[in-house]
Design a protein around this ligand. Structure first.
Ligand SMILES: NC(=O)c1ccc[n+]([C@@H]2O[C@H](COP(=O)([O-])OP(=O)(O)OC[C@H]3O[C@@H](n4cnc5c(N)ncnc54)[C@H](OP(=O)(O)O)[C@@H]3O)[C@@H](O)[C@H]2O)c1
Length: 341
């Protein structure tokens, strides 16, 4: 019999695997993404948070730049008041946006105030550059003040991240959109190590070298756009992009398990040892994504191997809008192991 709450099916948090961080904290291996890719209004995304938590999600991936933390905060308040969850049962992530690298503590306090919380489980540096863009810009838009990675400046940001831990406002800190050479410098110079690295991960962009490197450093990889971000904004699309959910190998495995290709992508992401944060506002998709990591029907070794072989090194979130004068988007990613200046 399916358990329901207000006519919505409930899986509950118990069958969801967790990842242990070096701090001892446990992160649920699936979280709900909250970046609406300019397609949905803030209330719709906040409603998806309510639906997800009632179904059994305990991890929500937020960011100030998504523009919806205030609406999500109202839903969290409601969920606490109705007794669906306690604060301690939830894992809430937020991120300092690129325009606030010189005011990290104030930015974190603003996210806490908007979310109605007195601490975050995880706070990330969203991008290692201070370069930013206005909401909804086109792919040709550039920040005239954009600059390359400057390690000294990143370490100033990181010192403030460390202060947030010391002040008790944040339980864990982490990075996002990092590369190995940047991470090596951070690990050399930090006082508090990152607990996670949030990075694009899906069957067509597996980043095996960076994935293995962060794991070898005791850092948990959180995979964003785990379904290949089919609703991403125009500024993040190019004609060469491929779609993991449409891959024939993924489709065949999905048929074998009687599940949607999305579920295969999520099972793969979790079985590989990462955390997945798929976005949806549709209750049936929110439920089926949770079920994919909670249903106890793993992919076989042969299926995992077949998926390993379809990596296309196809980065979808390229970050074109963050490039500095004279740079291409490839320069953001240090592909030959050298930080571009
Ligand atoms: N750290 C970073 O820089 C960064 C960058 C990008 C994303 N993120 C985070 O990662 C989250 C997820 O990434 P994303 O939103 O880019 O991409 P995604 O989760 O790979 O894809 C989301 C899209 O997939 C569709 N979808 C969801 N579940 C589905 C299912 N079961 N079957 C078919 N389609 C399904 C959704 O459809 P509907 O629209 O119909 O619901 C939505 O359009 C974001 O929301 C954000 O929290 C972080």
């Amino acid at each position: 019999m399916t358990v329901t709450f207000e006519n919505q099916p409930v899986i509950g948090p118990e069958p969801v695997p967790k990842r242990k961080l070096y701090t001892g904290d446990m992160v649920p291996a699936i979280g709900l993404g909250t970046f609406g890719s300019d397609n949905y209004d803030n209330e719709t995304i906040a409603d998806a948070v309510r639906t997800a938590v009632r179904m059994g999600y305990r991890h929500i991936d937020c960011a100030s730049v998504y523009g919806n933390e205030r609406e999500i905060g109202l839903i969290l308040k409601e969920l606490f008041e109705e007794g669906t969850v306690t604060r301690r049962e939830l894992w809430i992530t937020s991120k300092v946006w690129n325009d606030s690298h010189d005011r990290v503590i104030a930015a974190c306090e603003q996210s806490l105030s908007d979310l109605g919380l007195d601490y975050l489980d995880l706070y990330l540096v969203h991008w290692p550059f201070p370069n930013h863009h206005a909401k909804g810009v086109t792919v040709d838009s550039r920040d005239p003040h954009a600059e390359p990675y400057i390690h000294e400046n990143y370490m100033k940001v990181w010192r403030d991240m460390e202060r947030l831990v010391e002040k008790g406002l944040v339980r864990n800190i982490g990075t996002s959109n990092m590369t190995r050479p940047k991470m090596e410098l951070l690990l050399r110079d930090c006082r508090i190590r990152p607990t996670v690295n949030e990075m694009e991960l899906h069957p067509h962009f597996q980043q095996p070298a960076l994935f293995d490197y962060v794991v070898s450093e005791g850092i948990v990889p959180i995979g964003f756009s785990p379904l290949g971000s089919p609703g991403r904004p125009e500024r993040d699309r190019t004609p060469e992009d491929t779609s993991p959910m449409e891959d024939p190998v993924i489709a065949e495995i999905a048929r074998g398990h009687g599940i949607h290709p999305a579920a295969v992508c999520l099972k793969w992401g979790v079985q590989r040892g990462g955390v997945v944060i798929p976005f949806s506002v549709k209750p049936e998709k929110i439920l089926s994504n949770l079920s994919a990591v909670a249903d106890g029907d793993p992919l076989t070794g042969a299926e995992m191997e077949a998926i390993r072989a379809i990596d296309k090194n196809c980065r979808l979130v390229k970050g074109q809008v963050f490039t500095w004068p004279g740079a291409t988007w490839e320069d953001l990613w240090d592909e030959d192991g050298i930080i571009k200046q």
